[in-house]
Design a protein around this ligand. Structure first.
Ligand SMILES: Cc1cc2nc3c(=O)[nH]c(=O)nc-3n(C[C@H](O)[C@H](O)[C@H](O)COP(=O)(O)OP(=O)(O)OC[C@H]3O[C@@H](n4cnc5c(N)ncnc54)[C@H](O)[C@@H]3O)c2cc1C
Length: 336
């Protein structure tokens, strides 16, 4: 392996920035270049509420890998929470309720019930916090990561330690043949770079409102959620449009979201609206974290995190970095 290998990371969303940071932590003398069309505040990662509550469908290539990614991610964020930099990095603890009028199963989450410190049924008193007719509920302790803070913080640290950030579109892996190793963290952009038809957009839309009096995250039926963040900013959602590429704001979706959220907290209708945001979740089953030799170029893919990319970025990045380090040290020149 060269003394100062040249590493390219495609993508400056939560996956690319976390991979770049963890790789730099492991190999401080590497020349790292992040290449991305969009940076914070314009990535999908910036749209996310960033709560640690994986969809129960989230998966890696095996059950063990899925569990490892979630466990490693949880501990990564917990370590930050214990540090004085947590708020500056956008990481905060958060209590959360899931309520349902109809379906007990949506209040359970097998992926985190043994991981987070508290996951319990809601009490009768707590069920009264939900709209009339709510029969089922759970409470769990979790955390949230605001990419508007986490991405700039990570970018600053990377640059201070010598990494470069370039704005531009990578049209093909062939254009990166001068690098020793490439991490492909292009999110939905990987669909075109890799001709990956398993990667599908799931459209989301949210409203950011100023409502500092909201203290807990609340989930309801039909993808309804209210997630408080730092500085009194609350995220209201949501919608899921499978295979939709529509990045335009829809006033109908916004009205529907507000109506559903106001069923929980009627005072939200008077909250100041700060922004409406739309993003396309890069959904793939399983999430792709694996090496590939493309015309002699060593590439490690890390994409397809769907609606779970903020919370699971560290776990998948730890694996991607380890795969990358082994790949870099190997003499493989032929197809894997
Ligand atoms: C409404 C909504 C709510 C969400 N809520 C949560 C949540 O609560 N918790 C959670 O964990 N996740 C949540 N998510 C999911 C999360 O946002 C994604 O999983 C995550 O952002 C994916 O990160 P990424 O880095 O792969 O993609 P992105 O953030 O999209 O970044 C991709 C990067 O690659 C670059 N790129 C792409 N193609 C190219 C190319 N050819 N050349 C150069 N650069 C390229 C882009 O410019 C960008 O910099 C939510 C998503 C949405 C839309």
């Amino acid at each position: 392996m060269k003394d100062q290998p040249n590493i390219a990371v495609i993508g400056a969303g939560v996956i690319g920035m976390t991979v770049a940071k963890l790789f730099q932590d492991q190999l401080r003398n590497a020349n790292i270049t992040v290449i991305a069309e969009k940076y914070s505040a314009d990535t999908t990662s910036d749209v996310a509420a960033g709560i640690f509550k994986p969809g129960t469908h989230f998966k890696g290539s095996t059950k063990e890998i899925t569990k490892k990614w979630l466990t490693d991610s949880w501990h990564f964020w917990q370590d930050i929470l214990k540090s004085p930099d947590a708020e500056q990095m956008g990481v905060m603890p958060l209590g959360s309720y899931i309520f349902s009028k109809e379906n007990y199963h949506v209040t359970r989450n097998h992926l985190i019930e043994g991981l987070v410190p508290i996951y319990r049924p809601a009490t009768k008193e707590e069920l009264k916090m939900a709209p009339e007719g709510t029969k089922f509920g759970s409470y769990f302790s979790t955390l949230k990561v605001e990419c508007e803070r986490y991405l700039p913080w990570t970018g600053k640290t990377l640059v201070e330690r010598g990494a470069k950030m370039i704005r531009g579109k990578v049209e093909s892996f062939a254009s990166l043949s001068n690098y020793d190793l490439v991490f492909n963290c292009a999110g939905l952009g990987a669909k075109y770079l890799c001709n990956d038809y398993d990667l599908v957009p799931i459209r989301g839309q949210i409203i950011k409102v100023n409502a500092p009096w909201v203290k807990h995250a609340l989930y309801g039926d039909y993808d309804t959620y209210i997630i408080p963040g730092l500085n009194g900013m609350v995220t209201l959602g949501g919608v899921r449009g499978f295979d939709s590429y529509n990045l335009n704001y829809s006033k109908y979706d916004a009205a529907d979201i507000l109506e559903r959220c106001c069923e929980f907290l009627p005072d939200l209708k008077n909250a100041e609206v700060i922004a409406h945001k739309v993003g396309l979740r890069p959904h793939r089953m399983p999430v792709r974290v694996e090496p590939e030799l493309i015309d002699g170029l060593k590439v490690v893919h890390c994409y397809g995190h769907g609606g779970n990319g903020v919370m699971t970025a560290p776990g998948t990045a730890i694996d991607a970095v380890e795969i990358g380090l082994n790949f870099l040290r190997s003499n493989v020149r032929n197809k894997l």
